[in-house]
Ligand binder design. Sequence first.
Ligand code: ADP
Length: 321
Amino acid sequence: MIRNPEKTLGALIDKCSIAQLCYIDKDGFPVTRAMLKPRERHGLREFYFTTNTSSEKVSALRRNPKTSIYFVDRRFFRGVSLAGNAEILEDAATKERIWREGDEQYYSEGVADPDYCVIKVTVKKVRYYSNFKSTDFNIKTQQAEDSMISIEVVLGDITTLGVDAIVNAANCGLLGGGGVDGAIHHAAGKALYEECLKLVEGLPEHRGKTGQAYLTGAGRLPCKFVIHTPGPVYRDGLHGEAELLASSYANSLRRAEEKQCHSIAFPCISTGVYGYPKEEAAQIAVRTVREFRAAALQRVVFCCFSEADAAIYRRVLAKEE
Ligand code: ADP
């Protein structure tokens, strides 16, 4: 579990004396090159490298700017791979800024050498490998914001997770039920039930609404809050199910933000008794989390109760945004 990905991954990157950069050559083959370490990095969003304008990589990146850079910590077998787009910068101001004393050994004409240029990589996605496990991070494109949300897939029982908030796939009665709802109430104990009773008393018709999300304490659970969201019952996909499922995810994230939660775990809402097709539900879950503009939240866990569900999430997460 990484509390502050920016810091942990940044430290790994800063310790590396070289970077590896990939591009696609003119025959369509991927090529990896060792590079001098980045001269400048802005969080995990932007990296600046020096290189020779005449090199094959520069013409390849001009043709196809898609690239990935890789940093490895050989001692602990940890690695960070950052994929994004490369730009070749040749303007005097950038060249001046990135230039360091001693660079004359590579570019004999100095900072104005036409064979000296800067590669700027703007990162879109980050994958961190450590401890036999990969974690994906989303880079937020909002200006002036370096923070990121990490998305993890965990196989296990959501009631055991030590995150700030767990989400309960509840029903509109909000007083417990089967599946994950039953497991949460069972593990949390009477205190949660009593809090839910109070919550329900204050709601119109004493019921929750599909797609809404309601926050309570967590009784005996290791998390701080439980966010109860009734997901839609799947009929045929033509009854607003997708919008309602997206609302369940988005409203749960909002409730967590209101309490300044840093981490939240979701079960596969609506995909049990409520019958939502699993792959489609996972796509909606991932999309909604990726689109969410978080301020406090740093970590989202998709807690899957079966390996088959976890495999679906891994596949959906690996796909291009
Ligand atoms: P719904 O009524 O919204 O379909 P269910 O509880 O029937 O809710 O199922 C939702 C998902 O929760 C299913 O994928 C189920 O396997 C999973 N699940 C059941 N128990 C747990 C648990 N303890 N932790 C995490 N997920 C669970």
